[in-house]
Design a binder for this molecule. Structure first.
Ligand code: TYM
Length: 329
């Protein structure tokens, strides 16, 4: 059975990008693969959350994993920091990761541009920690969105390099994965870029229907097509892209056609889009409340997940130490 590993940072609430970029695949894969899904809390430390926020967000992410349908009877669900072997592998892999290649990582360069006052070493070595997350379980597939593609490529490089340096065939090179073949990027509602956690850009699984309607109705569009078959602006294309994942194909086709013949009314498109989003977020939203109140169950899930993850991880770390020559004298 192929092993699958992936994680999401607990930075607040999950948005539609997380859901359609990663979670949709988690849900399908847990039925047929040996899956380990974790909450990447150490990765989220690069932005210095307060301890209260971090703790709350870890719990909230677990609630949202479970409310979305991740099944602890089928998949191993754990919190990254509960598996300290990951830090050990991270430290060891760091020795073979070059500052030049880390400096050139797109996500690192973006972060440097966005927050020049907080360029910490954790950000620079972020791809190494990700590689440790994946390689520690010898994962074959890693379901992620398009934005993680380069990190997966680096994981493959680190695996290959380790094997070359130590002349072993130890680490497997994992593949980024999406059921639809292509890795996807869900755009935001603010006219450009990908959906993220900033307000006005994202829709969260924990948004109630009223808020979803409000956000979608406010989404950026343009002044509308005046000439048949004119090119679609980025803002409107973004709404079509979201519609593509939440709506019936006929609905998307209808609005594309009405754009092409200039009869489109963005108000109608948005109303339809909002209802289609609510149709699938609402059952998740409903389940969140019960789960949030059941701390004992959440605790049990995290503990069971950590035990299984550590079983695999400790074996890997032991083998890596041996390969590298870290042995008892
Ligand atoms: P994170 O927490 O930013 O996002 C979690 C997952 O959601 C996907 N995603 C998107 N997909 C499509 N469209 C979007 N707008 C969008 N926004 C987010 C991401 O691609 C990701 O799959 N570094 C990772 C977490 C991580 C990880 C790992 C993932 C840590 N270790 C090991 C896989 C394997 C991250 O920050 O994802």
């Amino acid at each position: 059975m192929e092993r699958v590993v992936s994680g999401i940072r607990p930075t607040g609430r999950l948005h539609l990008g997380n859901y359609f970029g990663a979670m949709v695949n988690f849900l399908k894969m847990q039925k047929t693969n040996d899956c380990l899904f974790f909450i990447a809390d150490i990765h989220s430390l690069t932005t210095h959350p307060t301890p209260e926020d971090l703790h709350g967000n870890i719990t909230q992410t677990l609630v949202e994993y479970l409310a979305s349908g991740l099944d602890p009877e089928k998949a191993t669900i754990y919190v990254q920091s509960d598996v300290p072997e990951i830090y050990e592998l991270y430290a060891l892999l760091n020795m073979n990761a070059y500052v030049g290649e880390l400096n050139r990582t797109t996500s690192f360069k973006d972060k440097v541009r966005q927050n020049p006052e907080n360029v910490n070493a954790g950000l620079l070595t972020y791809p190494v920690l990700m590689a440790a997350d994946i390689l520690i379980h010898h994962a074959a597939k890693v379901p992620v969105g398009k934005d993680q593609e380069q990190h997966l490529e680096m994981t493959r490089v680190f695996a290959r390099r380790f094997n070359n340096i130590y002349k072993v065939d130890y680490f497997k090179e994992p593949d980024a994965f999406n059921f639809g073949q292509e890795l996807i990027k869900i755009p935001g509602l603010d006219g450009s870029g990908k959906m993220g956690k900033s307000e006005g850009n994202g829709i969260f699984l924990a948004d109630d229907p009223k808020l979803i309607r409000k956000k979608v109705m406010r989404a950026v569009t343009d002044s509308g097509p005046t000439v048949p078959n004119s090119p679609v602006s980025e803002a409107v294309q973004n709404l079509f892209t979201i519609m593509n994942v939440v709506s019936e194909p006929e609905m998307l086709e209808f609005y594309k056609q009405s754009y092409a013949n200039c009869s489109i009314r963005y108000g109608d498109l948005k109303k339809q889009l909002a209802e289609d989003i609510i149709k699938f977020t609402d059952p998740i939203y409903q389940r969140m409340n019960d789960l949030s109140n059941n701390k004992e169950y959440l605790n049990k899930v995290a503990q069971k997940g950590a035990e299984r993850a550590r079983e695999i991880a400790s074996k890997t770390v032991k083998e890596v130490r041996e390969i590298m020559g870290i042995k008892r004298i």
